[in-house]
Write a protein that binds this ligand. Structure first.
Ligand code: SF4
Ligand code: MSK
Length: 517
């Protein structure tokens, strides 16, 4: 039975009107006496919480969600290989000069006991529940702590484990967008974040010449970087992949998977398969695994079932796809901290030939001016090197900007640790702390909690931070001023909170770090 195709994410974003109180982060629903609204600066919740406390606590809650997601990713990977990594492995990469500052302002960060980062996440959830922490400054400091937890126990641990088991990426030419779907083959889309099943699929698919694997979201970025499997879509375009009618199986694990994919798959012949031990979707087939051997068995079964499913493809959809197939986009991909020319970048910064490095990370929010951001970074690339990951990297790639000269694609969201490594190597090369160098990290169109915790990680590392959905950060003047003063007077960096590309450019120009030779 063919069903009517449901509305797309863009249509849903237009239909869903944002609550103006929540948009400003002036709403709390952390206990059952609420929800409480803080529509005036002096308003108090039923428990007595003030507006700055709630606005700061909401930032912390976002950071906790992001840190939990990335630490969960790293932990799933380690469990898969039956490995325990001591915390010291990733914390060895913390720059000493930042530890000194963190101690000075009393930032909590995990010690070397295995699993202490999970304890810290649970402490942060506890202290931000009703009637525990009552100091908004502490809430903001804990948001930075969650950034540190995310960075070293999520991003670094995941990237180190992935590189150890699946190899470092290689610089090469890769392909992006829906043109990588091949109507003559069995098309299997692999979507999500964790690489274990994706890697097993690559291994098994090598035995079937008529199977075409394509990647979506960060699994797509990681398959592109390691195996040159084409990257079909980022977060916003995942529905478009299914809507081609050319996909025999859509295999998903965790993070950034639209729960509505089941309704869409019901309109086509596409099998929706979930594989994460925690993430199920109603009406999807669930095929979990817990180690490498099981992953390969599941991958083989998925491929067999997708091959059988090709006969159910609608010939009219095939015809429509063939006539409307977009042009393939090419990009230079597969950079790591070992292949980005960081010494040249550092020399050019010192010689004044380059104003700095902007890391453009994170998502593509349907409510953000994504096209204008791409144009802005294209313009800024005349003066700055651009390092990029995740969905923004895909967006740059489809606009032909990933040239490996001014724009460098570093992989998936967890691979933001590679950007931290490039910054660390430059600080060692120039013998200067991070906060004295022109490093800016921008999440111009953030969606997920992970964007916030990644932002907090780089802020805690001494980089200036730009957040493109500003209202949660800048609505309450007390919180905005406190954040600005932590950034400014403690780290000597800046917080740019704007979703106006022109304003961002002007602010950036008014604050240029002078790096003395
Ligand atoms: Fe309201 Fe306080 Fe409960 Fe939040 S924690 S919902 S401010 S009573
Ligand atoms: S997938 S976290 S929408 S970058 Fe990592 Fe893209 Fe953001 Fe998900």
């Amino acid at each position: 039975m063919t069903r009517e195709v449901p509305e797309s994410i863009i249509e849903r974003a237009a239909q869903q009107k944002q609550c103006t109180t929540g948009l400003k982060s002036f709403c709390c629903k952390e206990c059952l006496m609420g929800p409480c609204h803080f529509t005036t600066p002096s308003a108090k919740g039923v428990c007595g919480a003030t507006r700055p406390l709630i606005a700061a606590r909401n930032i912390l809650r976002l950071s906790i969600g992001g840190a939990a997601a990335h630490c969960g990713h790293a932990s799933d990977l380690l469990d898969h290989f039956n490995e325990t990594v001591t915390n010291g492995e990733s914390t060895a990469f913390i720059p000493y000069h930042m530890k000194v500052l963190w101690d000075k302002i009393g930032l909590e960060y995990p010690d070397d006991r295995p699993g202490s980062h999970f304890r810290q996440i649970s402490d942060a959830v506890h202290l931000s529940s009703m009637g525990v922490g009552g100091d908004y400054v502490e809430m903001l400091k804990w948001a930075l702590s969650m950034g540190i937890v995310d960075g070293y126990f999520g991003l670094y641990n995941a990237t180190l484990a992935e590189d150890r088991h699946f190899g470092k990426p290689k610089v090469q030419k890769g392909h992006l967008n829906l043109a990588c779907i091949d109507p003559s083959k069995v098309n299997i889309a692999i979507h999500g974040h964790e690489p274990m099943l994706a890697e097993a699929m690559v291994k098994q698919a090598a035995n079937f010449s008529h199977v075409n694997l394509i990647g979506v979201c960060c699994t797509g970025a990681s398959l592109l970087a390691r195996h040159n499997i084409p990257h079909a879509a980022h977060f916003l375009l995942q529905e478009d992949v299914v809507a081609t009618g050319m996909i025999e199986a859509m295999v998903v694990d965790a993070q950034c998977i639209q729960p509505s994919l089941n309704d869409l798959c019901d309109c086509f012949h596409t099998q929706l398969i979930t594989t994460s031990h925690i993430a199920k979707i109603s009406r999807a087939t669930h095929m979990p695994f817990s180690n490498q051997h099981e992953a390969e068995t599941v991958a083989f079964k998925i491929i067999e079932s997708a091959i059988d499913n090709k006969v159910n493809r609608n010939p009219a959809h095939e015809q429509r796809f063939v006539t409307s197939k977009p042009e393939t986009k090419h990009a230079i991909i597969g950079f790591s901290d070992e292949t980005v020319p960081f010494q040249r970048m550092a020399d050019e910064i010192v010689e004044g030939k380059c104003k700095g490095i902007i890391a453009v990370v994170g998502c593509v929010n349907p409510r953000s001016p994504v096209k204008a951001w791409v144009e802005t970074f294209k313009e800024l690339s005349n003066d700055y090197y651009i390092l990029t990951t995740g969905c923004m990297a895909f967006e740059f790639g489809t606009k032909g900007l990933l040239d490996g000269k001014r724009f460098f694609h570093l992989g998936s969201c967890v691979n933001n640790s590679r950007i931290a490594e490039i910054f660390r190597k430059i600080t060692l090369y120039l013998d200067k702390p991070t906060y004295e160098l022109p490093f800016i990290v921008s999440a111009p169109a953030p969606i997920t909690e992970k964007s916030v915790s990644i932002g907090m990680f780089f802020a805690a590392l001494g980089c200036s931070l730009h957040i493109g959905e500003p209202s949660r950060f800048a609505s309450d003047p007390v919180v905005a001023t406190t954040l600005d003063s932590v950034f400014n007077s403690i780290f000597g960096t800046r917080l740019y909170a704007t979703n106006d590309p022109l304003q961002f450019k002007t602010q950036l120009q008014s604050y240029e770090v002078d790096v003395a030779v």
